[in-house]
Design a protein around this ligand. Structure first.
Ligand code: PMV
Length: 364
């Protein structure tokens, strides 16, 4: 960049990644879900992003990831163009965006949810500042969720603490396909200490992207039954969250994870993202549950890694299982120690430029 760019506005947010328990798979129109989904945000896996707006530099969008210019900048440029209908000021400013993930690029954690979540929060804050609106306004979160959705569907669920729902469901009048809504009221305290051990089976690049997978749902032979199943599962899961029914929770969560992968295996063309060690871990987790009676279960994203979900009260026993019986099926024994989080936070501190840490045994 040449010349002296005058800093006019600045925003910085930290936004977590999220893991779906009822899965979004398949779209309609622009980034709208075929079925409702329910997820929770993580605490330790997040993206920090800062956006600087200036008016007199010679470059429109500069995007730095972990301190270096990144190719992801092209996707961000397209995203900003798409947003110009909603945020008319976008075309009038130059952007310098810096982003940093708390987790390594190769961890197999969906970074698009936290990345677009953090960027959408910055853009929403800037939008409110430029139009003189209070950021404490409830519209703020709704708008951030909607803008995040336009970058990556699942990102719209990252802007709230704890659990959230995206997509029209009979459970909430206020639910819809445009943005996610938080689900906080009435949740049993059993779930306030929900833990997620991300067992890393393979950190390589996925053979089939999520966007290609979503597209294959458009003519999927099981499309109608999958949509019906997701509605039924979201009702059951929400009920388990209200009543603290761990047995029901375990049953629905595993059914959803396997149904997502069943959709992949039965699409045309079909694809398989699970690896032999993913199946080993699934079987071991079920055996541990049966033998010990401890309510542990798994969920799986669009990839081979296994999220082992458990409850705070069983932390000691479950960590022993992880170390003794499960890490041998993980790539280089890697796992990330995470759990339900408190959601995004604004911060005046710009993202650190240091490289992401390696996931370690125990995560930290
Ligand atoms: O947001 P996308 O387009 O990366 O899709 C994510 C889809 C799943 O992670 C498989 C499920 C979900 O609901 O997050």
């Amino acid at each position: 960049m040449t010349g002296t760019a005058k800093l006019t506005y600045f925003s910085h947010w930290r936004c977590p990644s999220n893991i779906a328990l009822v899965k979004y798979w398949g779209k309609h129109d622009f980034q709208k879900p075929m079925n409702p989904s329910l997820s929770f945000v993580l605490q330790n896996s997040f993206t920090e992003t800062s956006v600087e707006l200036s008016k007199d530099s010679d470059q429109k969008v500069e995007f730095y990831f972990e301190g270096a210019i990144s190719n992801f900048g092209e996707r961000i440029k397209k995203y900003l163009i798409q947003l110009s209908g909603r945020l008319p000021w976008v075309s009038k400013y130059n952007f310098r965006i810096r982003s940093h993930n708390s987790f390594p690029h190769s961890a197999g954690i969906a970074s698009s949810a936290s990345s677009f979540g953090a960027l959408a929060l910055c853009l929403t804050e800037l939008d409110f500042t430029l139009s003189g609106k209070e950021t404490g306004n409830p519209d703020f979160w709704q708008k951030a969720s909607e803008l995040a959705r336009m970058g990556s569907g699942s990102a719209c669920r990252s802007v709230y603490p704890g659990f959230s729902i995206w997509g029209k469901t009979q459970l909430f009048e206020t639910s819809g396909d445009e943005y996610a809504i938080p689900v906080t009221e009435g949740i049993s305290p059993v779930f306030s200490g929900l833990r997620d051990a991300i067992l890393m089976v393979d950190s390589g690049t996925k053979e089939v992207s999520s966007s290609a997978g979503h597209q294959l749902m458009t003519d999927h032979i099981y499309q109608r039954s999958r949509i019906a199943q997701a509605h039924e599962n979201i009702n059951e899961l929400y009920l388990s969250l209200l009543t603290g029914d761990q047995e029901k929770f375990v049953a629905v969560v595993e059914n959803e994870a396997l149904s997502l992968h069943a959709m992949m295996m039965t699409s045309n063309p079909s694809f398989i993202l699970l690896k032999p060690n993913s199946l080993e871990l699934i079987n071991r987790i079920r055996q541990i549950r049966e033998k010990s009676g401890i309510p542990v279960c798994f969920t799986i994203d669009a990839g081979p890694n296994i999220h082992l979900l458990y409850f705070q009260e069983n932390e000691l026993e479950v960590r022993t299982f992880i170390e003794r019986e499960l890490l041998t099926f993980c790539e280089d024994g890697k796992w990330i120690d995470d759990g339900i989080g408190i959601g995004p936070e604004a911060s005046p501190k710009p993202p650190s430029r240091q490289a992401s840490p390696d996931p370690s045994e125990g995560g930290e």
